[in-house]
Design a protein around this ligand. Structure first.
Ligand SMILES: NC(=O)c1ccc[n+]([C@@H]2O[C@H](COP(=O)([O-])OP(=O)(O)OC[C@H]3O[C@@H](n4cnc5c(N)ncnc54)[C@H](OP(=O)(O)O)[C@@H]3O)[C@@H](O)[C@H]2O)c1
Length: 236
């Protein structure tokens, strides 16, 4: 069976993508950090689809940890075909407010970790597809989550660089979600209120992200693309 690697796979968006891939017959290498109980539950749900699943715990802010994961996974799985970089933080600090710790953590987790995972994937697996989870903010200039935006814009550029450099062996694409699920700790009416600013006046749902993932897996001539799943919000 083919294997998919999903970072941030224990909860929320990452969890849904990992489960979806399991339903499609992928064995899953699930990367997580602090979601101990949630990762156990997610892995159980994945195995219930009849596929193998192994969890790999580690702090992706640490470069050594990030660059070691692919090697570890390849000792357990021999048909790796997909890497989904979904783990990220999302800290609300504008440029002036940005704490040094936020900046360093954000760049390490949201940019350097996917960079190192991609590089190791290229050096060892050298086939299949990489999908980087971006954000529709990459197309806009909204300073409220400054370090986050910088990290995602850079990750989009990295997606394109790698697509050009590696296209013959690995396709590299991005998904840029908009309003899909509320941020952790968001109010009950968060989606409803925020949807007023989306051209469709609706919010998306996790299924919309899964459709995008399916499209990127199925259409073998799509490379270096960013799919905006945002109701047009990135154009406002
Ligand atoms: N939610 C949305 O509507 C939305 C909109 C636009 C873009 N996105 C993007 O979609 C992706 C998933 O979003 P989400 O809302 O599901 O994210 P989330 O709820 O904030 O979850 C963050 C994920 O990152 C992992 N993570 C955090 N710190 C880590 C660390 N130091 N080392 C390793 N992993 C770490 C977490 O793993 P643990 O829990 O195991 O620590 C968790 O799985 C992100 O890239 C986000 O930017 C989401």
């Amino acid at each position: 069976m083919p294997t998919a690697i999903v970072t941030g796979g224990a909860i929320r968006v990452g969890r849904e993508m990992a489960l979806h891939l399991a339903r499609k017959g992928f064995d899953i290498a699930l990367l997580y950090h602090s979601s101990g109980a949630d990762s156990a539950e997610t892995m159980q749900a994945i195995r219930a689809q009849g596929v193998q699943c192994r969890g790999y715990a580690g702090d992706l802010r640490k470069s050594r940890v990030a660059e070691s994961f692919i090697g570890k996974i390849l000792r357990d799985f021999n048909q790796v075909e997909l890497l989904v970089n979904s783990a990220a933080n999302f800290v609300q600090e504008n440029v002036e407010q940005t704490r040094t710790e936020t900046l360093v953590d954000t760049l390490h987790l949201n940019l350097i970790a996917p960079y190192l995972l991609m590089r190791e994937y290229k050096r060892t697996v050298n086939k299949g597809l990489i999908v980087n989870i971006l954000d529709e903010r990459v197309a806009r200039t909204v300073p409220t989550f400054a370090a986050y935006s910088v990290s995602k814009v850079a990750l989009q550029h990295l997606t394109e660089l790698a697509a050009v450099e590696w296209g013959e062996s690995i396709r590299v694409n991005g998904i840029a979600p908009g309003l899909i699920i509320p941020p952790q700790g968001g109010a009950a009416d968060y989606l409803e209120k925020a949807a007023k600013n989306v051209p469709t006046r609706t919010h998306g749902n996790l299924g919309d992200i899964l459709h995008a993932l399916d499209y990127l897996m199925e259409n073998k001539f799509v490379n270096g693309e960013t799919l905006f799943i945002d109701g047009g919000a990135s154009l406002c």
